[in-house]
Design a protein around this ligand. Structure first.
Ligand code: FES
Length: 164
């Protein structure tokens, strides 16, 4: 997939994925916005790769655009390959982001990494410890659970940027 074909007028992968293997949610203390990202894996020649991804964003257009790109760029990648992708790579098809929008891409990177790490944690967690939060979790509920692992969902708050 070329960078041109990744950029579309409307986001393609918006919405909750009910059969996801992992979910990551990250909030930005800089602007108070959030991104939640779902991942579904499949087996390809004995290797587990990302088959589907979707997102919801309580954020600006930049966060929506980067999250949409991320859900396309990670397809076919292994968990380890996807973990190497940072905000710069995920937002590259958009061109350089203005300084005040860099944290928007970092929030998407954080949600992706939280989902990838939540999946790894969920694999090793005892099944009786798995608690599925209601599908209709609100932003308030998500923030109240920040920093906790709840079933497949891990919510991470990014550190505030420090003025230099
Ligand atoms: Fe909050 Fe972009 S995500 S300003």
């Amino acid at each position: 997939m070329t960078e041109d074909t990744l950029i579309q007028a409307a986001p393609q992968n918006v919405g909750e994925m009910t059969d996801a293997d992992a979910v990551g949610t990250v909030g930005s203390p800089d602007c108070g916005d959030m991104v939640r990202l779902w991942i579904k894996y499949k087996d390809r020649d004995g290797q587990k790769v990302i088959d589907k991804a979707s997102f919801q964003s309580f954020g600006c257009q930049t966060a929506i655009a980067v999250a949409n790109l991320a859900t396309q760029m990670i397809l076919g990648k292994t968990r380890e390959e996807a973990l190497t992708m940072d905000a710069t790579e995920l937002s590259k098809p958009l061109g350089p982001l203005p300084p005040m929008k860099i944290h928007c891409g970092q929030m998407v990177e954080g949600a992706l990494k939280a989902a990838l790490e939540a999946e790894a944690t969920a694999k090793t967690a005892p099944p009786v410890a798995t608690i599925s939060p209601p599908a209709s979790s609100t932003l308030h509920d998500a923030l109240a659970n920040a920093g906790k692992q709840v079933g497949k969902i891990k919510i991470t708050m990014l550190k505030p940027e420090t003025a230099s």
